[in-house]
Ligand binder design. Structure first.
Ligand code: ASP
Length: 335
């Protein structure tokens, strides 16, 4: 299930745009299911990252297989995107749920959102600290409240009411994240901000988009945010229209990268809007929006109402996996 497995029969375009923009498109036949997953936009993978890379690939492969089995069996896109993101939140390799990055104060603050393209229903949570699966809490916000976004203490109180699984800080904290935090702290500038280099690019945010057999689209995204972020900082992942969007008329999108850039440009919504207003296909819409982003700021996965899958990023790497009915599944981390 690696990049070598590319089949020439597929419409598979791998092009390098400008300095560094990676693009992949998979055309599915109408009426069929399709799914794409990301495990975060990344900087260059150093030699010591090889083991982590292999582990991430194996993990994405496992969860992709599960998604394929469920979509084949007729599961809804909403259930599938939640299942995928939940599994990756439980996996300490990724920057979501267990294994999330630490903020400047050494705590984790988790963000997630989910959206259904059938009816534009959506839910999100931000800055939660005790919830094992923020994506499931986001779904409960969507299904059990009149609201879209609950944050911090309010979201924690809602988690209590909903009796979702909670955990102590130790559950989320991994030795890798603690050493990352210590490294960033040692590089702090006088204004209290750590200098982020390309190699410190956000690593491991997770997301999933899917189209089910009934033609319904869904998107979900979950993250610990940017390492060493200021306390209370909220990125694009829980912002509907920035990090996540789904509309059956156009597409479902999940983003990853420097959240502030994605919020400024309402990236996820813009992809859908470009399709709707300019009547362009998904790959052109995604490229037009990505072109507006500064270099090395991130990427996105998307699936349209016909089941075409698109992956775009302008970072050195992005963990990604995708499949569509009747076509071989793929898992790729680097270019
Ligand atoms: N977009 C996320 C954020 O800014 C981080 C990421 O995708 O890695 O919080």
């Amino acid at each position: 299930m690696r990049s070598q497995a590319w089949c020439p029969v597929l419409v598979s375009i791998v092009v390098l745009y400008g300095s560094q923009c990676m693009t992949e498109t998979l055309q599915a036949e109408e009426g069929r299911w399709a799914v794409a997953i990301h495990g975060g936009a990344m900087g260059r993978l150093g030699p010591d990252g090889q083991q982590r890379r292999a582990q991430m690939e194996a993990s994405l492969e496992r969860v992709l297989q599960k998604a394929v089995a469920e979509l084949t069996a007729g599961a809804s896109s909403l259930d599938v995107v939640e299942m995928v993101v939940k599994a990756l939140e439980d996996d300490p390799l990724f920057n979501a749920g267990r294994g999330a990055v630490l903020n400047a104060d050494g705590h984790h603050e988790l963000d997630a959102s989910i959206m259904e393209g059938r009816n534009l229903r959506c839910g999100a949570v931000a800055a939660v600290r005790t919830v094992k699966n923020p994506i499931s809490l986001a779904r409960l916000v969507m299904e059990k409240t009149q609201h879209v976004l609950l944050v911090a203490e309010g979201a924690e109180a809602f988690a209590e009411q909903m009796q979702v699984a909670r955990a102590e800080p130790e559950y989320f904290r991994t030795p890798e994240r603690v050493s990352e935090w210590e490294r960033l702290r040692s590089r702090q500038s006088p204004d209290g901000q750590a200098f982020l280099r390309e190699s410190d690019l956000p690593f491991g945010t997770v997301g999933c988009v899917a189209r089910d057999r009934s033609g319904n689209l869904a998107a979900a995204t979950s993250t610990g945010g940017i390492a060493f972020k200021k306390f209370g900082r909220v990125g694009d992942s829980p912002i509907i229209g920035a990090g996540t969007y789904a509309d059956n008329q156009t597409c479902a999108v999940s983003c990853t990268g420097r959240g502030e850039e994605f919020i400024r440009r309402a990236v996820a919504f813009q992809v859908a809007l470009q399709m709707r207003l300019r009547d362009v296909p998904l790959d052109q819409a995604a490229q037009a929006v990505l072109d507006q982003l500064p270099p090395a700021s991130g990427g996105l996965i998307a699936v349209d109402h016909r089941g075409n899958v698109v992956v775009r990023f302008n970072t050195p790497a992005m963990a990604r996996a995708w499949a569509a009915e009747g076509q071989p599944p793929m898992v790729v981390l680097g270019q």
